[in-house]
Design a protein around this ligand. Structure first.
Ligand code: DGL
Length: 261
């Protein structure tokens, strides 16, 4: 089983990408809706939450853990990788690697929650892959609540996206990392406001691609993962809003079960 966790709904974009790229593998998803948002909490608090999420996924049979939340990845990726024998994947490194490789000018923009941007995790990873890169980061705290409201194409959302992208465009970035797993649902709008000269990097797609390659290269791990294309979704606070937005993100009705890790 592939275990995926996020603070709530955003990680569904990662689940969607994994279901597309690895349709045969079973997955278990945990969204920590009782404690969301993680994006404005301290690293210490997010680390404690991330441990509970990982413990829950392991108790459900996960043999691989995907941190499908940039905020949790920036605060707790190293901690989880050291604490569990299970391989841990996270959204930041694959997105940073892809952007470093794709950018022509080396001017790379990153948008994310306040905590992700303040952690400097993307900058550190990008410079590790491409030391000459110039990284322009900008927090976009209003985008998570807009996505959670289902305001994917509203005029207000478009105005806010445009305002957030302005400083990045002024610095003439040619590549923009969607450094929050909520953002891929706004990708169309973000691309429109960024303009066609800026290439978007979706960290959800990037981590799914990284996992796929890893499973191809590590057949003994692939053999330990159960198959059949089944998926289970758990959240720590079940609300009708979650189910409605989850359906929009995944593109079909989901059966969501309560969990209290
Ligand atoms: N989806 C989370 C991320 O990728 C942000 C949501 C939150 O603030 O909890 O950072």
């Amino acid at each position: 089983m592939i275990g995926i966790f996020d603070s709530g709904i955003g990680g569904l974009t990662v689940a969607r990408a994994i279901m597309e790229q690895l349709p045969d593998y079973n997955l278990v998803y945990f969204g920590d809706t009782a404690r969301t948002p993680y994006g404005n909490k301290s690293a210490l608090t997010v680390q404690a939450y991330a441990r509970r999420c990982a413990d829950f996924l392991i108790s459900k049979g996960a043999k691989v853990i995907i941190i499908a939340c940039n905020t949790a990845a920036s605060a707790a990726a190293e901690l989880l990788a050291e604490s569990y024998p299970t391989p841990v994947f996270e959204v930041i490194t694959p997105g940073a690697a892809l952007a470093a490789q794709l950018s022509r000018s080396g001017r790379i923009g990153v948008i994310g929650t306040r905590s992700t941007i303040a952690s400097g995790a993307y900058e550190k990873r990008i410079l590790g892959f491409r030391p000459s890169a110039e990284v322009v980061s900008h927090p976009c705290p209003l985008l998570v609540p807009l996505v959670e409201e289902g305001w994917f194409r509203r005029r207000e959302t478009a105005m806010i996206v445009k305002k957030y992208l302005r400083p990045l465009k002024l610095r003439q970035i040619d590549t923009l990392i969607l450094g929050c797993t909520h953002y891929p649902v706004l990708a169309g709008l973000i691309q429109e406001k960024a303009g066609k000269r800026i290439r978007l990097v979706d960290s959800a797609m990037a981590v799914a691609g990284r996992l796929k390659t890893h499973l191809e290269d590590t057949p003994d791990l692939a053999a330990r993962l159960s198959r059949g294309g089944r998926s289970e979704f758990f959240i720590s606070d079940v609300t009708p809003q979650f189910e409605a937005i989850a359906q929009k993100v995944i593109g079909r009705r989901l059966k969501v079960l309560p969990a209290e890790p």
